[in-house]
Design a protein around this ligand. Sequence first.
Ligand SMILES: [Fe+2]
Length: 425
Amino acid sequence: MGVCCGMVQESLSLGISKPTDNASVNFVKYKGDYYVSTETNYMHRVDPDTLESKQKVDWSKFIAVNGATAHPHFDPDGTAYNMGNSYRNKGAFYNIIRVPPERDGPEDTLEGAKILCSIAPRDKSKPSYYHSFGMSENYVVFIEQPIKMDLFKIVTGRLRGKSLNEGVYWDPNQETIFHLIDKQTGKEMPVKYYTKALSTFHQINAFEQDGFLMLDMCCSDDGQSINNFLIQNLRQSGETLDEMYNTMSRPFPRRFVLPLNITSETPLGQNLNTRPESTATAVCRNKNQVFCTFEDLHGEDLKDYGGLEFPHINYARYNTRPYRYYYGCGFRHLVGDSLIKMDLESKTFKVWRQPDLYPSEPVFILSPNAAEEDDGVILSVIITPVKDKSTFLLVLDAKTFEELGRAEVPVNIPYGFHGVFNSSA
Ligand SMILES: [Fe+2]
């Protein structure tokens, strides 16, 4: 699927080389202001009415990080959480960042941002790449996946004129580690949760219930596909491109169930997941390690749509809470070719798909006075590669997945996973 295009399109940056300020990944909100963002230390504050870039904002002027993800999370009061790496003498650290909701003045940007917690990688010279993270009511969940960045190779590769991907590799022999950080205290939980090697780019939701933390995310069994997104591969077309794509592991929505109350009394070697109808497992290996397996958040029929990525939920009301629906793109091709609405109660889904139309991620917009979780509309930018200048914004009824209308734009908009932004400043 195309999510690993994220490695190409979403401009992974270590902050070691000159970081890009082409904030083309996502739009985000801090303290009520709109920004366009990538994964480097630069964002642009934009005027939401004119879309004019008003100010280039540098994370590293406020806190000691070399960048931040384009996928922050928000508490209901507007407090934002994000993650970014820092590089010190002894190697890399993963940092959890908190940005307060209050503005102190009209020019206020990231003032008051703080590092809530620094986490040492399993190997400080080879930290994991991450594109986003999870958040429940009380915890930030950092997923340390075995897509690794060999810092020495990357730095020396730059000097030798080599591309970044020479230092980024998939290590299937390493387990994935889930780190839980208490949002109130900033302390990392001593218990770590492990699962087999997986790669993930986007989380769906995370919530706590009955002493468990449910972590829902789109993940693949193989992170090797990052190496398929080389420009020489992307320049292929037709059968060659299909062949490359068909070898890739597809992303599927999965749930991990993490037991929160692990003590020295917790029995070892037993499945601790007592949630009814959940096939996920969580087994204590020792007092600080729980090994987990996942539960599918879909039926077999999703495989016909190539898996699912770019998940969205009714974030305003259901992030960090038990929920029923998520939305995403199906990926039978290198880019999304369908929109999907999944019902977690029945694990059945509705689909919007039309020939030669390729949608971006579905964004859920809540109806005014909405009473139900899916009371709203879905927005998606549709590109039309076989028809000139006929891109449009699609509007679907989120409940029925029926089309409500199209806002046509007579230009050729390039494909963008989270949207398309141009920032020039
Ligand atoms: Fe993303």
